[in-house]
Write a protein that binds this ligand. Structure first.
Ligand code: ADP
Ligand code: MG
Length: 182
């Protein structure tokens, strides 16, 4: 059995979780043993499930540290990891070890933070992955493709439904315009 690493990255609302769920469901149809993890700190919607903004969901196991996945993923064919940006750099070595022992690892996470900077272990993960897919959201300002997650300040009073911290997807131009106004 051969393993590899797939990364699905992009801004908030770009469909990373949807794409992760789609790939994992197809692996299940192929009767592969699938396990899904997320960092324990991400409990925005549900303590257990991985939930997309489109309200599709899949059962997941929250883990406090990346290393825990090495123990829990024994005997899995496919491992899915959502919100990977919240893990520390040790996630990279964990994914490499899983892939080396024959697991297909699918990792979804934000490639950039709200300042437009590379986010946590994501850049290093993209370097060691066999496949990298960058998905895009729609810019809420102009409708172009969006790669940035713009943090909406309280004073602008535009709270997005269901988000504890309010973010909006923006294209490069509208993200820059918004940062100028801050
Ligand atoms: P991510 O995991 O990347 O944050 P999700 O997979 O949870 O994204 O959600 C993607 C869904 O979000 C889309 O299918 C769409 O229904 C919804 N959505 C809400 N706002 C936007 C936007 N600005 N651009 C694209 N999709 C959006
Ligand atoms: Mg998501």
């Amino acid at each position: 059995r051969r393993g590899w690493i797939e990364v699905v990255c992009g801004s908030m609302f770009s469909g990373k979780t949807e794409e992760l769920i789609r790939r994992l469901n197809r692996a299940k149809i192929a009767r592969q043993r699938v396990e899904i993890f997320k960092p324990a700190l991400d409990t925005r919607y549900h303590a257990q499930d991985v939930v997309s903004h489109n309200a599709t969901s899949i059962r997941s196991t929250p883990v406090p540290v990346a290393q825990e996945m090495l123990l829990l993923a024994g005997g899995c064919d496919v491992v899915g990891i959502d919100e990977a940006q919240f893990f520390d750099d040790s996630l990279v070595e964990v994914c490499v070890q899983l892939a080396n022992r024959g697991t297909r690892v699918i990792v979804a996470g934000l490639d950039m933070d709200f300042l437009g900077q590379p986010f946590g272990p994501m850049p290093a993960l993209m370097a060691v992955a066999e496949f990298v897919t960058k998905v895009h959201a729609v810019c809420v300002c102009c409708g172009d493709i969006a790669s940035y997650s713009f943090r909406v300040t309280a004073s602008e009073d535009k709270i997005l439904l269901g988000e504890t911290d309010a973010y909006e997807a923006r294209c490069r131009y509208c993200f820059q315009e918004g940062m100028k106004e801050k």
